[in-house]
Design a protein around this ligand. Structure first.
Ligand SMILES: NC(=O)c1ccc[n+]([C@@H]2O[C@H](COP(=O)([O-])OP(=O)(O)OC[C@H]3O[C@@H](n4cnc5c(N)ncnc54)[C@H](OP(=O)(O)O)[C@@H]3O)[C@@H](O)[C@H]2O)c1
Length: 256
């Protein structure tokens, strides 16, 4: 039987890398995507191949439609199918929410170009191939920030809210051949947070643990497990938003 194929954008680091490895460990061939540095992508691909399947390393900036279409063409040439797409590539600018002057209109455009338009362009480019083997599945990596309003910046929160709305719209327009869902991670232990928070990281980590019922920040593999479930197990679920946040959004504080 032909192996299934998963395309994970932004999979040279963090959540995307964990997701690529999880799909590979479960018998998928995978596409490892990055936009800047090939070395960590090659390392993730090497780890994926240890599970016996193929891993294609593909440079593509999802903000560029030509890159998305070239990536889709490479997937078709290499594998001839695409069963799962995880739109994980994302960007932000860390600006305290009260600092309205700290965000320019261009910041919004730059963040939306990757987090919203990039995800759309990947779906548009890959959907024709995905429809050849229904039921395929797409997961958009959103954020708890979309519903809590306290992420890295107002522009970032807005972009993830837009991604959630787009998830519902795409779930309608791609049904029944492709299911489309989103995950909403809380504070995940990746280089993203280390780079963004710097010296504040440990204090923010402790405060996240203090206010969540599960008393835990999120590991990249926790998010990968949710993406994998939504792609392979949730056969009658589409247009859904699944939080992976230790209960941060729905069950805050618990009196602590
Ligand atoms: N960390 C958190 O606490 C957290 C919480 C909620 C949601 N998220 C979401 O989770 C996703 C992944 O975050 P992470 O924490 O795993 O980040 P990360 O460790 O910084 O990894 C980001 C990945 O995305 C790639 N990338 C960035 N811009 C890209 C672009 N334009 N085109 C293609 N690839 C691109 C990066 O590779 P290159 O640098 O080589 O491009 C890298 O592989 C993001 O969508 C983020 O919004 C994260």
């Amino acid at each position: 039987m032909q192996r299934k194929v998963a395309v994970i954008t932004g999979s040279s680091s963090g959540i995307g890398a964990a997701t690529a490895k999880l799909f590979a460990a479960n018998g998928f061939d995978v596409v490892v995507n990055y936009s800047r540095d090939p070395a960590p992508a090659e390392e993730v691909a090497r780890a994926c191949r240890e599970h016996g399947g193929r891993a294609l390393v593909a440079k593509a900036n999802v903000a560029l439609d030509a890159d998305c279409r070239a990536l889709a063409a490479a997937v078709e040439n290499e594998f001839g199918r695409a069963d799962a797409l995880v739109n994980n590539a994302g960007t932000t600018k860390f600006v305290p929410p009260a600092d309205l002057e700290g965000l320019s209109g261009q910041d919004f455009h730059d963040i939306y170009a990757v987090n919203v338009v990039g995800a759309f362009q990947m779906v548009r480019a890959l959907a024709p191939l995905m429809k050849k083997h229904p039921v395929a599945a797409i997961v958009n990596v959103s954020s708890v920030a979309a519903v809590m309003g306290n992420g890295s910046s107002i522009a970032y929160m807005a972009s993830k809210g837009a991604l959630n709305a787009m998830t519902v719209g795409l779930a309608r327009s791609l049904a029944p051949a492709i299911r489309v869902n989103a995950v909403g991670p809380g504070m995940v232990e990746t280089p993203w947070m280390q780079k963004g928070l710097g010296a504040d990281l440990e204090a923010r980590r402790q405060s996240y643990r203090a206010v969540t019922p599960l008393q835990a920040t999120i590991e990249p593999d926790d998010v990968a497990q949710a993406c994998y479930f939504l792609c392979t197990g949730a056969r009658k679920t589409t247009g859904e938003f699944m939080l992976v946040d230790s209960g941060y959004a729905r069950l805050p504080a618990l009196g602590r």
